[in-house]
Design a protein around this ligand. Structure first.
Ligand SMILES: [Zn+2]
Length: 237
C-alpha cells in the first residue's frame, strides 16, 4: 500500500505535466473538442449515402449484379470459333457445323412436304467476318456499340461462330428476311411447331432482356458438342 501511494504521488504530477506540454496531446484535446462536430458530419453524410442507395431502383441493382456475374458483353455470351475441319458447305455461302448438317437438311425436306419453303440466310460466320459486320454496320447506322449489340453480336460473341446457328427465311416471302415480321410467315409458324423435332431452338425469344427478338435465328442442340457450347446460355436464360 505504501508503495502504491508513492507511485500515485509520482505518477499523477508527471502525467499532468506530459499532457499539458506534449504537442500531440494538444491535438488530441482539439480532436476531442471537435469530435461531436465530426460525428455529426459523418452521420449526415452516412445517412445520405444510405438513403441514396435505397433510392436506386431494385431492377437496376439486379441488372448490375447479373451483368457482373456473367462473362457477357452487352448481353452476349462468348463463343469460340469452330475449327475449319468441323465445318461443311451445304450450299453456296452456307457453311455449318458437320453435326448439324443432316438435321438441318432433313428439316428443310420435311417442311417442303408440308408446302413450306425454308431458305437458309446465314450459317457459320468467322470471328473476322463478325468483326466486319459489327463494326461496319454500327458505323453505317450511326449506333453506339450497346444499341448495335441488340441486333448483332460483337466479334467473339456470336452463336454463328460456332457453326451451330442458322438464320432462316421464308422462300416465298423474302421481304421478311431478318425482319421481326418473319414471325407472321408460314415458315416461322411451321418452325415453331416442328423445329424441336430436329433439335433446333429459337435463340433470342421475346423474353430476352439483352438482345432483340430474332425469329429467324435458330440454333442446333442435337449433339453433345452443341449442348456443351450452349450450356452456359441455357443455364442463365
Ligand atoms: Zn443469326
Amino acid at each position: 500500500m505504501e508503495l502504491n501511494k508513492d507511485i500515485d504521488q509520482i505518477d499523477i504530477p508527471h502525467a499532468k505535466r506530459t499532457y499539458l506540454n506534449n504537442p500531440n496531446s494538444t491535438l488530441l484535446k482539439k480532436l476531442l473538442i471537435f469530435y461531436p462536430f465530426l460525428f455529426l458530419i459523418f452521420s449526415v453524410v452516412g445517412l445520405r449515402f444510405i438513403r441514396n442507395v435505397g433510392l436506386i431502383p431494385l431492377n437496376n441493382l439486379k441488372f448490375q449484379v447479373e451483368r457482373n456475374n456473367g462473362e457477357r458483353i452487352l448481353g452476349h455470351l462468348p463463343y469460340n470459333e469452330t475449327p475449319k475441319e468441323k465445318l461443311v458447305l451445304i450450299e453456296p455461302n452456307i457453311i455449318v457445323h458437320m453435326d448439324m448438317r443432316d438435321s438441318l437438311l432433313k428439316m428443310r425436306e420435311e417442311a417442303k412436304k408440308d408446302g413450306i419453303y425454308l431458305v437458309f440466310l446465314s450459317g457459320y460466320r468467322s470471328i473476322n467476318l463478325q468483326n466486319d459486320i459489327f463494326y461496319s454496320l454500327k458505323s453505317i447506322r450511326n449506333q453506339e456499340a450497346a444499341e448495335r449489340a441488340r441486333v448483332s453480336a460483337p466479334p467473339g460473341y456470336s452463336e454463328h461462330s460456332t457453326g451451330f446457328a442458322i438464320d432462316i427465311g421464308d422462300a416465298t416471302q423474302r421481304e421478311t428476311d431478318f425482319e421481326t415480321h418473319f414471325e407472321n410467315t408460314d415458315a416461322f409458324k411451321w418452325l415453331i411447331k416442328n423445329a424441336a423435332k430436329f433439335h433446333f431452338k429459337l435463340s433470342f425469344n421475346k423474353d430476352n432482356k439483352y438482345i432483340d427478338y430474332e425469329p429467324w435465328h435458330w440454333r442446333y442442340e442435337g449433339s453433345i458438342e452443341a449442348l456443351k457450347v450452349f450450356e452456359s446460355s441455357n443455364r442463365k436464360l
